[in-house]
Design a protein around this ligand. Structure first.
Ligand code: ADP
Ligand code: MG
Length: 425
């Protein structure tokens, strides 16, 4: 009897995971906590319905969906899950309902407290480990409550050996079910992430081809327009002269956007040359200082000299200008942007830190995706272009950010031999 019910329970625990896999083909399920909370809640309830009743208590795998819903879909999903479960449990039978409620609440609180750590962890095994730890927590809660319950009712004197055997067996099954289902979740999430990346790569590819053919076509007439505007500007006065200045500024902007699209279509590194990074950073500061001053932002630099890299100067300049510009734009009036350059683990390490508005976890995840912008006049090209350029240079770019505190961008680039010689000499 026990085995039958357990098998049904195991089946029930896996049904929501199948639902998840099926639905996530069509939409981003991580952002549907209530739907998943509901589905997992129903699974918990069905587990209760197919409980093994023993010692006046319900034995089932209801906590497996609960743990998954809190850890993977957040407190709201967990709350919905537990609410559905409590209602069902009250409806099914008044028998030791107080004990049931108490253990449900404790089993909800455990994963809730562990969630913060869980979201921060990246490794699959660590994340599955936290899930399994939570199943041990659930077993401990149930065990303690069972002992208290039996002690109050004085019913724990007969088959102690058998009791312990069943509790251990049940705990092991719960442990394994949580492990297997969280592995399943991890694989589904990984698959989802991979699909997202493929979609993005496809989009960039088509876009790249389109951009390559269009950018050249648009660039030529633009250059002609710009040339004529520059020619007539000195001859005009007053209002008209200002209009031409505006038109020129806008053609500059259009040119920059075009060159961003061109870098997307061919992120390969062109001509490489030996260059001094601190010189380039100084150039960027010179370039962006007017813009920063206009916004009331100050730029500070702390640059180690003689850090050389072999790379395509224009591409790197483009990437760094984008990143620094974003930092200036994020820092509000009175804000500061610090640029530091050091050697770290035989790499050139450039840090661009601002005390601006920062980014939430969700924003950070979307960073580098084409057209992602939170600005009214943003193009959402800057970080996508910078990511591709830095990666093409065999470098890496990493963002650390906290909303309301600021953002730090850390760019690592392979050093040229010359810097190591300079450092030694
Ligand atoms: P755009 O600047 O045109 O919006 P980007 O690709 O350069 O496009 O940046 C995308 C988004 O990333 C920005 O709209 C902004 O929300 C966010 N972002 C980038 N850098 C920072 C930063 N240093 N601080 C806060 N948000 C940032
Ligand atoms: Mg930008």
């Amino acid at each position: 009897m026990l085995v039958d019910k357990l098998l049904v329970n195991i089946f029930l625990v896996f049904v929501p995971l199948l639902v998840y896999s099926a639905l996530s083909d069509h939409r981003h399920m991580k952002h549907a906590p209530l739907l998943m909370g509901g589905v997992l809640g129903v699974s918990s309830v069905l587990c209760i319905v197919f409980s093994y009743i023993w010692y006046g208590l319900y034995w089932d795998l209801r906590y497996v969906p609960l743990i998954l819903s809190v850890l993977y879909f957040g407190p709201k999903a967990g709350l919905l899950n537990i609410t559905v479960m409590v209602l069902a449990r009250m409806y099914i039978g008044p028998e030791s309902v107080d004990v049931g409620l108490l253990s449900m609440i404790f089993c909800y609180l455990g994963p809730l407290l562990a969630r913060k750590k869980f979201v921060q962890l990246k490794g699959m095994f660590f994340r599955v480990g936290i899930n399994m730890l939570m199943s041990i927590w659930a077993s401990m809660v149930m065990l303690s409550i069972l002992f208290i319950h039996s002690w109050v009712n004085g019913s724990l004197d007969k088959d102690e050996i058998e009791l312990i055997k069943i509790i251990i067996g049940f705990g092991v099954i719960q442990f394994l079910s949580v492990g297997a289902s969280s592995f399943w979740m991890e694989f589904s999430l990984e698959r989802e992430e991979m699909r997202r990346k493929i979609r993005q790569a496809e989009r960039i590819n088509t876009l790249g081809e389109l951009a390559a053919s269009m950018a050249h076509e648009v660039r030529n007439p633009l250059t002609v327009v710009k040339g004529f505007l520059q020619m007539v500007q000195p001859e005009l006065e007053g209002k008209n002269r200002r209009y031409i200045a505006l038109a020129l500024a806008e053609t500059d902007r259009a040119e920059r956007i075009i060159s961003d699209y061109l870098s997307l279509s061919r992120p390969q590194i062109g001509q490489t040359e030996l260059m001094d990074l601190s010189g380039m950073v100084q150039q960027i500061v010179l370039l962006l200082n007017p813009m920063a001053t206009k916004q009331g932002v100050r730029l500070y630099t702390e640059l180690k000299n003689e850090i050389y890299v072999y790379t395509d100067r224009n591409q790197l300049l483009q990437a760094l200008v984008h990143v620094t510009k974003n930092a200036i734009e994020a820092a509000e009036d009175g804000g500061r942007v610090y640029i530091t350059l050091i050697i770290h683990e035989e790499k050139a390490c450039l840090s661009i830190r601002d005390n601006g508005k920062g980014m939430s976890r969700e924003h950070l995840d979307r960073l580098g995706t084409l057209f992602f912008s939170t600005k009214e006049v943003g193009t959402g090209l800057g970080t996508a272009v910078s990511f591709r350029i830095i990666e093409a240079m065999n470098g890496s770019i990493r963002y650390e950010s906290e909303p309301g505190v600021g953002t730090e961008v850390i760019i690592l680039l392979p050093l040229a031999q010359e810097s190591l010689l300079a450092a030694e000499g």
